[in-house]
Unconditional design. Sequence first.
Length: 63
Amino acid sequence: MKQSYRRYGVGASLLKRIEAFAFDHFCEIRLFTDTASAGRFYEKNGYQKAYEQGANYIKRKVT
């Protein structure tokens, strides 16, 4: 994403919609990213670092 378009909340808004749909069907979201900026984005949005094969960030459904 172009740097000039960051920090307007569009990514966070999209992520919240994706999470709402996913948590209707699953108890956790696992993802892999290989960039530090994406990692910071996910951590800012409630994801925890994970040290598992195939996933380095996890967010669990809050019940």
